[in-house]
Design a protein around this ligand. Structure first.
Ligand code: AMP
Ligand code: MG
Length: 331
């Protein structure tokens, strides 16, 4: 039997700095996350990056302590190489390079979206799912086909989580907006007509956001009804594209992941779609659904064990790295 490997993974694509430690047996030994909360407005990449570098040392130390290992026991260092915000990605990459060089161990650059799918397969117990990945920065429907995670549908502008956050901010709700919108939506009764934009298999949320803010400012509706209507429109759009992809691919599992996966209304929709098509619904546990280091560590190990390594001179970040550009040799 092969020796068990230990990987330290650093996630820093946006507002979360995550450091996770995983073993090649699929054990998560530590998963520490430090969140940067902007004082005003949305995420400012340079401010978030400053936060990440300020807490980097402490978060790594805490992860090592939780995992009950010393740095010398690390066999591989992985980091999120993209997609994400440049300054944030650079901070994580710099730390990862430094640790790998200091320890003399291999470095693996991981695609953030691949990591969301892989941690979902591991922690939700899915083998070959169709995945709806919905977060603050991404909205992607994908499935494995011919050596890659193919993108069946995605947003053409902003991510659904971002849309909820911006609406919530305009409505004076706390950050992040998703949970606050969900809470109010439960008390909504009236469905207000808003734009529903599905183009082929792709989605657009910016028109929905603009219209919802306009209705908010009109003062004609209760905030409960507006939140309810916003969710119903956005999630119906997600459901339509997801269902079509599921019908087309005939996958036996439907996996929901990303920060927006915490939403119970969206989970209901996913469950009913799965049931309709004889697929099993799977939900990634919350601590692995939002951005985290464990998913980077685990995916780094999968890649490393298939012979993938990222030499330092090729370890530059790629803020626009697409999910479907990545070869997946471990499947
Ligand atoms: P992530 O980008 O994966 O770290 O997830 C953060 C995103 O998830 C933010 O846009 C949040 O507003 C969103 N989110 C968190 N909880 C919920 C919820 N209960 N309903 C909808 N969105 C949520
Ligand atoms: Mg995030």
């Amino acid at each position: 039997m092969a020796e068990t490997l230990i990987c330290l993974g650093i996630e820093s694509t946006a507002d979360n700095l995550g450091v996770g430690i995983a073993t090649s047996e699929g054990e998560i030994l530590a998963n520490v996350v430090s969140v940067h909360i902007p004082e005003t407005g949305g995420i400012h990449p340079r401010e978030a990056a400053r936060h990440h570098s300020a807490v980097m040392g402490d978060v790594i130390a805490e992860a090592l302590e939780k995992a009950d290992i010393t740095a010398r026991e690390i066999d591989v260092v992985a980091f999120s190489q993209g997609p994400g915000m440049g300054p944030c990605l650079r901070t994580g990459a710099t730390a990862a390079r430094a640790i790998a060089c200091r320890l003399g161990v291999p470095l693996v650059g991981v695609n953030h979206c691949v990591a969301h799918i892989e941690i979902g397969r591991l922690t939700a117990g899915a083998e070959d799912p169709l995945t709806l990945y919905v977060s603050g920065g991404n909205t992607i429907v994908s499935g494995f086909e011919g050596g890659r995670y193919r993108v069946f549908g995605e947003t053409l502008d902003i991510a659904v989580g971002n849309m909820l956050d911006v609406f919530a901010r305009e409505a004076g709700l706390p950050y992040p907006g998703g949970p606050a919108v969900e809470r109010l939506a439960r008390r909504g009764q009236r469905l207000i007509r808003l734009p529903y934009v599905v183009k082929g298999m792709d989605l657009s949320f910016s028109g929905l956001l603009t219209a919802a803010i306009r209705e908010l400012q009109s003062g004609r509706w209760s905030l409960e009804d507006l939140c309810y209507s916003l969710q119903e429109h956005a999630f119906a759009m997600l459901g339509e594209v997801t269902e079509r992809a599921l019908a087309h691919t005939e996958k036996g599992e439907l996996l929901l992941t990303g920060g927006v996966a915490a939403n119970m209304r969206l989970r209901d929709i996913i469950r009913s779609i799965a049931e309709e098509h004889g697929a099993e619904p799977k939900y990634v546990p919350k601590q692995y659904a939002t951005d985290n280091g464990a998913m980077i560590a685990w995916t780094g190990l999968l890649a490393y064990q298939s012979g993938v390594e990222t030499p330092i001179e090729e370890s530059y970040i790629d803020p626009k790295w697409r999910l479907d550009e990545v070869e997946i040799p471990w499947r």
